[in-house]
Design a binder for this molecule. Sequence first.
Ligand code: OGA
Ligand code: MN
Length: 288
Amino acid sequence: MSISIHPLNAVLGAEVEGLDLRNPLSADTASALRNAWLKYKVLLIRDQDLTCEQQIAFSKNFGELEAPVMTLLKYKEGSGQKTEIPPEITVVSNVKENGKPIGQLGNGEAFWHSDSNFIEDPPSGGILHAKEIPPAGGNTAFLDTAALLAALPESLREKIKTLSCKHDPSLSSTGTLRKDFEPLTDVSKNRGPAHPLIVTHPETNEKSLFLGRRLNAYIADLDVAESDSLLDELWEYTQGNRFVYEHTWRVGDLLIWDNRAVLHRRDSFDDSHRRVMHKTVLKGTRPH
Ligand code: OGA
Ligand code: MN
């Protein structure tokens, strides 16, 4: 099978054509894809229709899987059959069944974040496979954090080069309090983990700005006011849609991002429409 790889824009992302991911990849194809993932940071593969098991098998070409901590759910696919969702798959969805959400994140806007920045070893990547997509809204955008770092003035890069930021798990990327967490009222009480603001990619050695997410972030050892104003200054550089690929979903899309190299966000969408994504998460290592 021969594949072709086309950049999605001048900044990041590439579409890969010529793949049927229901079948195991050859070693050559797997390694070409993995290299393209590191190079382009986001890969799009369209027109796939994968079972959970096929998505899991495909995902393992990129590394070991992280078992999602937050969820173990069932949902009814279009066929009307109850489908058992294996623990490696997280359902990302606004759909409710019998009043209970079948997945995470609802229909609200998800602010810029990298996944699970609040754990010691944040995931190296995420893979979303679109099962049901609303007619409008719910786009997902990716921002190149190496370009973000490069855009900072030299003086600001110098200022942050020895600083670490503490990351808090209590709020989801839509800003809602997670089950079993207390609200954090004083960010200086954020217990971490702390990750350096400037990190080196463990595979490409590229340096990038590791912001994680804005809410409840705290730059260790600074006054809260100082930390807040420095974080606001840094986050300002994420504005303006520079360094961004924004994805408009179609059913069957499979998109894989390098969680060490990009931030992502998602637009809100009308809750009267269904959006169902199957997600796999790749285990990561401690940022340094
Ligand atoms: C996620 C996420 C975005 C989306 O699952 O981590 O940010 O488009 N999802 O649903
Ligand atoms: Mn996310």
